[in-house]
Design a protein around this ligand. Structure first.
Ligand SMILES: Cc1cc2nc3c(=O)[nH]c(=O)nc-3n(C[C@H](O)[C@H](O)[C@H](O)COP(=O)(O)OP(=O)(O)OC[C@H]3O[C@@H](n4cnc5c(N)ncnc54)[C@H](O)[C@@H]3O)c2cc1C
Length: 395
C-alpha cells in the first residue's frame, strides 16, 4: 500500500513541525504491539501499556488463521481488499519480526481445506465456493476422495472440499511474544500490569493517559484495547468505538508431534482445526453474544468436539491439552476501526473481530504511517470511526 495523498489529518507530528511525537498505546495485544514496534523502529518515544501481561488477552486466544479467502462473506466486500492486503504482507512481516526478535513465529503456507460432511454441507459449501469464485478468489473444488488425498485422516464420509492455497497460518502466541521482544529491542517502553485509568483530553487535544494515578504525557494516544476499547474513561461519548466482546470457546488437543493428524488448516461446519508445529491441534471456536462471560460450557465444548470428531475421527484418542475463552472485538459492522478522531492526537486501532491476527501487519503499517505523517494509508480510509456517526452514508 502506498501513502494516500488524500485529506491530511492533523496529528501531533505535523503540529510540532516534524518532531517525533511521544506516543502512548493502550493495550499490548497484536495490534498495540505491532503499531508500537513500527513506531519505535521509526524513532518515536513509544510506551505500550497493558493492564495485564502483554499479549495474553484475545491475541493469545486466537487460532492464528490468515484466512482472507475462506472468511470472506457476502456483505463484507468493503473489508475484503484490506484482508487480502494484510495477508499478502504477512510472510514478510513474519520474517522481519523473526529477524528483529530472534524468535520464531511459525508462519506456515500449506493452505486451508474446507470440508463438507454431508449433503446439506455440500450445498452450503457450493454456495460459498460460487461466491468466492465470483469475487475472483483462488479456490479449488475437490471431491471427497480428493480432499482425503490431501488429508488422509479425514473421515471416509467427507462429501466434498474446497482447497484455498493462499490462506496460511501463523502461531499467534509466538507472534505476540516475538512482537513484545522486537518492540523492546527497538527501544519501546512496555508497561505491564499498568491499567490505563483515563485518557487525558484537554482543549480538543489528547495530552496523555493516567496510569496508577500517574500522568503519562503523550502527544498521540492509540486505543488498541481490543474488546475493552469502548469503556475507557476520558473518551468523549461520541468517540466511544462501538465495539463489543464476541465470545469464543476453544480448545487444543495433543497430537504426536512426529505424526500429526493434519498438515493443512481444516474447516468443517462451525469449526476449524489448526495443526501447530509442536503437535497441538487447535479446535475452534464458538461464536457467542454473552458479553464478557468467561465460562467454558458443556454445550460449547461438546459442539466443537463432536464436529471435530465427525471430520477427523482419530481425535477421539487425543489428550485434551487446554481449554479457553477469548473475546473478539466485534464492531457494529464487523470491520476494524482504524485512524484519526476529531480529538487531536487520539487515534483508534480496534474492532478487528475475527481477523485481528490476519490484519496485524496492515494495522501496524497504517497506524505508524498516520502517526508519523498525519496521513492515512491508502485503502484504510473507509474504516474510520466517522462511518458510525449518525447520518453517515456508507462509501
Ligand atoms: C477464539 C478466537 C479465535 C480467533 N481466531 C482468529 C484467527 O484464527 N485469525 C485471526 O486473524 N483472528 C482471530 N481471532 C481474532 C483476534 O484474536 C483478535 O481480532 C485480535 O487478537 C485482536 O487484537 P487486539 O490487539 O486488538 O486485542 P487484544 O489482544 O485483546 O489486546 C488488547 C489488550 O488491551 C488490554 N487492555 C484493555 N483495557 C485496558 C486498559 N484500560 N489499560 C491497559 N490495557 C488494557 C488488554 O489487557 C489486552 O491485552 C480470534 C479470536 C478468538 C476469540
Amino acid at each position: 500500500m502506498t501513502e494516500t495523498s488524500g485529506t491530511s489529518t492533523k496529528t501531533s507530528a505535523t503540529r510540532s513541525g516534524g518532531a517525533r511525537p511521544r506516543v502512548a498505546i493502550i493495550g499490548a495485544g497484536v495490534c498495540g504491539l505491532g503499531i508500537g514496534w513500527r513506531l519505535a523502529q521509526a524513532g518515536c518515544a513509544v510506551t505500550v501499556g497493558d493492564r495485564d501481561r502483554s499479549g495474553m488477552a484475545t491475541s493469545w486466544a486466537a487460532a492464528g488463521m490468515l484466512a482472507a479467502h475462506v472468511e470472506a462473506e457476502p456483505g463484507e466486500e468493503r473489508l475484503l481488499p484490506l484482508l487480502l492486503e494484510s495477508r499478502a504482507m504477512w510472510a514478510e512481516f513474519g520474517r522481519d519480526l523473526e529477524a528483529a526478535s530472534g524468535l520464531a513465529v511459525d508462519y506456515r503456507d500449506e493452505g486451508t481445506l474446507v470440508v463438507a460432511l454431508d449433503r446439506d454441507d455440500t450445498e452450503r459449501l457450493k454456495f460459498s465456493y460460487d461466491y468466492h469464485r465470483s469475487m475472483g478468489l483462488e479456490m479449488e473444488w475437490l471431491s471427497g476422495a480428493e480432499a482425503r488425498r490431501l488429508e488422509p485422516h479425514l473421515a471416509s464420509g467427507v462429501a466434498a472440499g474446497v482447497f484455498s492455497p493462499l490462506d496460511h497460518q501463523v502461531d499467534n502466541r509466538k507472534a505476540v511474544v516475538a512482537l513484545k521482544a522486537a518492540f523492546v529491542k527497538a527501544g519501546g517502553a512496555l508497561r505491564e500490569h499498568a491499567e490505563v485509568e483515563e485518557i487525558l483530553v484537554e482543549g480538543g487535544a489528547v495530552r496523555g493517559v493516567l496510569v496508577g494515578g500517574e500522568r503519562v504525557e503523550a502527544e498521540t494516544v492509540v486505543i488498541a484495547a481490543g474488546a475493552w476499547s469502548r469503556n475507557l474513561k476520558g473518551l468523549p461519548d461520541h468517540l466511544r468505538p462501538p465495539v463489543r466482546p464476541v465470545k469464543g470457546q476453544m480448545l487444543s488437543l495433543a497430537m504426536p508431534a512426529d505424526a500429526p493428524l493434519l498438515r493443512h488448516v481444516v474447516w468443517g461446519p462451525g469449526i476449524c482445526l489448526v495443526p501447530r508445529k509442536d503437535g497441538r491441534l487447535f479446535v475452534g471456536a464458538t461464536v457467542e453474544e454473552r458479553g464478557f462471560d468467561e465460562s467454558l460450557t458443556a454445550g460449547g465444548v461438546f459442539a466443537l468436539l463432536e464436529t471435530a470428531w465427525r471430520a477427523l475421527p482419530a481425535v477421539e484418542d487425543l489428550a485434551i491439552d487446554e481449554l479457553w475463552v477469548g473475546f473478539r472485538p466485534g464492531s457494529r459492522d464487523d470491520a476494524p476501526i482504524l485512524g484519526a478522531t476529531p480529538v487531536d492526537g487520539l487515534v483508534l486501532a480496534t474492532g478487528h473481530h475475527r481477523n485481528g491476527i490476519l490484519l496485524a501487519p496492515v494495522t501496524a503499517e497504517a497506524l505508524a504511517r498516520l502517526v508519523l505523517t498525519g496521513r492515512p494509508l491508502a485503502g484504510t480510509e473507509p474504516f474510520g470511526i466517522a462511518r458510525f456517526a449518525r447520518g453517515a452514508v456508507a462509501a
